[in-house]
Design a protein around this ligand. Structure first.
Ligand code: N7H
Length: 448
């Protein structure tokens, strides 16, 4: 792979740069102005040879953004239909679960009714002070080139934990050829995530050629998390008088991992430390009945591994075709600074907004991100279940109205079925973006 031509965010999570601004921009000037501005920030757009020490930009374009540089963005030129149409269409609202409380009328940016977003600029820095400095000088340059800042979301803290209190980031596909250590079934052909290389079908992904080379599609969804609702609900379901450890048990069953990260498939002990970082497990051999990880749990739906069919190797093969490379970050102050669940449960609602800026890369939005969200998370009949969806990221309903799903926990001696599950995760805005390689950025700067 040509790492000098790939934007670094495809290869690194930039964990050492915990402060980030996600800036949604509208290019209001003419093409020459757009090009001059792009040229001015280009030196700070990091490539993938190494992770930048202190700060960098990563850059992604919407359809209208590419058009501002004179590109023709249509299927004949190799762009995908999902990218061309955007996230907010009647069809996509239905399949992604963007209706009822998640409907575009509740979004704060990115819907058809909002001003058109041309560009997503991600500015990474070591701390908030450095990020503020960068933002100040960036805003000067935006003004100079007639670019409006439509919306911004800041993530200033990176923790191993997401807002509900669960460890995140253990399971990630590894791009073949990147030289990274790899878990079972996690090494995938580069073409699943980067244009210009063979994918898991041994074919080059559909892409604008040669413009697409070393680029990807970036999916962005701002997902607000109702942390208090989540833990209050689980506490109310406990059979032992508001038992915190039982609430944690139920939450872990919904996620499929204990708060410290161990898969519930491998251990019943929330404090078992030996599996915390592991990603080496499947469901077929040891957990076919779902007594460790329920069939409807978030991680079992979003990556069913070997458990989908009677033949585990066929299932592994099928799962490989629907992986996404997650690069999201949480936003907002945690309900408890320690991310300790007992503390969260004792803290009253503070009215703060918090959630996950869900970001993922894939070369085929329909086969990868949309398939996971629609066919796995939002599927009531997933793996023989009924009237259930992913309790974390699924929506159940008819495309207009949502209904509260159930959640089945197979356990001994009797299974449990949670009901009237309220929404814990609310969609607040999103979009599909093209994430170009560095040669493509150069091409846009000089396009006549
Ligand atoms: Fe999930 N959570 O805190 O419960 N997710 N997720 N996700 N997610 C994962 O295994 C979470 C969302 C995936 O390979 C973990 O690395 C929350 C969407 C995938 O085993 C935790 C939100 C989509 C995996 C969470 C959210 C996905 C995964 C365990 C929303 C895709 C890897 C950490 C606010 C459509 C599964 C880990 C595997 C893991 C949470 C959203 C996908 C803790 C809070 C929308 C593919």
């Amino acid at each position: 792979m040509d790492l000098s031509d790939i934007q670094g965010l495809l290869m690194y999570g930039y964990g050492h740069l915990p402060a980030v601004d996600y800036l949604l921009l509208s290019l209001d000037g003419d093409r020459a102005q757009c090009q001059q501005w792009l040229k001015s920030i280009r030196p700070e757009v990091a490539d993938a040879r190494k992770s930048p020490a202190e700060a960098c930009y990563a850059l992604a374009f919407s359809k209208s953004g590419l058009e501002k540089f004179g590109m023709t963005v249509d299927e004949q030129h190799g762009f995908s239909r999902a990218f061309i149409e955007g996230m907010d269409t009647a069809h996509r609202n239905r399949i992604l679960g963007d209706y009822a409380y998640n409907g575009p009328e509740h979004w704060e940016w990115g819907s058809r009714k909002h001003p058109q977003i041309d560009l997503l600029l991600m500015s990474f820095a070591t701390d908030v002070a450095a990020l503020d400095e960068r933002l100040k000088s960036l805003i000067d340059s935006l003004n100079q080139f007639d670019i409006s800042l439509l919306h911004s979301i800041r993530s200033s803290r990176l923790d191993r934990k997401e807002h509900f209190g669960f460890a995140d980031g253990m399971s990630q596909p590894v791009i073949k050829g990147s030289g990274r250590p790899v878990g079972d079934n996690d090494e995938l052909n580069a073409g699943e995530f980067i244009f210009g290389y063979p994918n898991e079908y041994q074919k080059l992904p559909h892409a604008p050629a040669p413009f697409g080379k070393n680029g990807s599609y970036l999916v962005f969804r701002q997902l607000e998390q109702k942390v208090k609702t989540f833990w209050d609900y689980l506490l109310a379901q406990t059979t032992h008088q508001q038992s915190v450890s039982e609430a944690i048990y139920l939450g872990a069953k919904m996620v499929g991992r204990w708060p410290e990260g161990s898969p519930t498939t491998l251990t019943d002990d929330p404090n078992d430390t030996q599996f915390q970082q592991t990603n080496l497990f499947g469901y077929y051999k040891h957990d076919r009945l779902g007594q460790g990880c329920p069939h409807g749990a978030h991680i079992r739906r979003t990556n069913p591994r070997d458990s989908m069919e009677d033949n585990p190797s066929q299932s592994l093969d099928a799962s490989r075709k629907h992986r996404i490379l997650r690069r999201g970050r949480g936003y907002g102050k945690p309900l408890s600074n320690t991310f300790d669940i007992e503390e969260m449960i004792q803290t009253p609602e503070d009215g703060e907004r918090r959630g996950l800026n869900f970001i993922c890369f894939n070369t085929d939005i329909e086969r990868q991100f949309e398939f996971v969200q629609n066919t796995w998370c939002n599927n009531e009949k997933f793996d023989g279940l009924y009237e259930e969806v992913d309790p974390i990221s699924g929506v159940m309903g008819n495309g207009n109205e949502a209904r509260s799903p159930y959640f089945k926990i197979p356990q001994k001696p009797f299974r449990r079925r949670l009901k009237e599950i309220p929404p814990f995760v609310l969609m607040k805005g999103g979009g599909y973006f093209f994430f170009p390689g560095l040669t493509a950025i150069h091409y846009l700067i000089h396009k006549t």
